[in-house]
Write a protein that binds this ligand. Structure first.
Ligand SMILES: [Zn+2]
Length: 247
């Protein structure tokens, strides 16, 4: 009887370990996001913070991690939760994450964030010079990047924002922008979780990414490969990512 109890407890412990390991990445991602949000909330009250923003621009829906509106400019923040050494520059289409020799490609976050700035510029009708794009890596990454663009660690975010002290907007303009952003952001729960919309957006985005040679699953580079049944598009991060599509 005691033996059974022992085996039962052992299985329980193994189950718990497996469950925790599977959830670790997920939990870490969410914790990281929250940490960025709380860093931004600690800014003085003249900074208006928008987290996890969904907007529609010219029929396309885009997601922006954080936007901070202030008299010193509009900060557009893209966060990345990667562990390992990060290599990249301003121009290349892809960056590389190297973890214990395991290389992994992902879309250049500066370019990704620049497209967000372009969309916001079009939506708000504000010159590009008043936007400050920032790419933030959460703890776990070691930056080996060579960029002119702002690529920083999360603990540097607050001071980076506060280091901008030249006034570019009046109080009235700040109010206009924050009101406009609040009115266009898709925040209502039912709209955001609207299945049909999301699937449609997903398909459009997926097709757009594939057309531009980007893996929709991991944002890696797509390459033409040869298989049993002819050529197909495969992800260059194979075997970590096994996305496939027709040529
Ligand atoms: Zn992939």
């Amino acid at each position: 009887m005691q033996q059974y109890l022992f085996i039962f407890l052992l299985l329980l412990v193994i189950g718990a370990i497996v469950f925790l390991r599977l959830n670790q990445a997920n939990i870490r991602g969410r914790r990281g996001e929250r940490r960025i949000s709380s860093r931004l909330q600690s800014l003085p009250s003249e900074y208006h913070v928008f987290n996890d923003v969904y907007i529609e621009v010219q029929g396309r829906s885009i997601q922006i991690d954080h936007i901070v509106v202030s008299r010193y400019g509009i900060f557009v923040i893209e966060t990345k939760n990667y562990t390992g050494w990060i290599y990249g520059n301003d121009k290349s289409e892809f960056w590389i994450k190297n973890m214990y020799g395991n290389k992994y490609q992902f879309r250049n976050p500066l370019k990704q964030n620049y497209s967000h700035v372009k969309s916001l510029q079009c939506l708000l009708n504000i010159p590009e010079s008043k936007f400050i794009p920032i790419v933030v890596f959460l703890n776990g990454a070691t930056l080996k990047c060579d960029t002119m663009g702002i690529v920083i660690y999360s603990h540097q975010l607050r001071n980076t924002i506060l280091s901008y002290s030249t006034l570019v907007f009046s109080d009235i303009e700040v109010t206009r922008v924050t009101e406009l952003l609040s009115s266009v952001c898709i925040v209502e729960k039912n709209r955001r979780s609207n299945h049909v919309d999301r699937i449609k957006e997903g398909i459009n985005e997926k097709q757009a990414l594939i057309a531009s040679g980007i893996c929709p699953r991991c944002r890696g580079k797509l390459v033409v490969r040869r298989g049993k049944y002819g050529e197909f598009l495969g992800c260059s991060n194979y075997p970590q990512c096994n996305f496939k599509s027709n040529v």
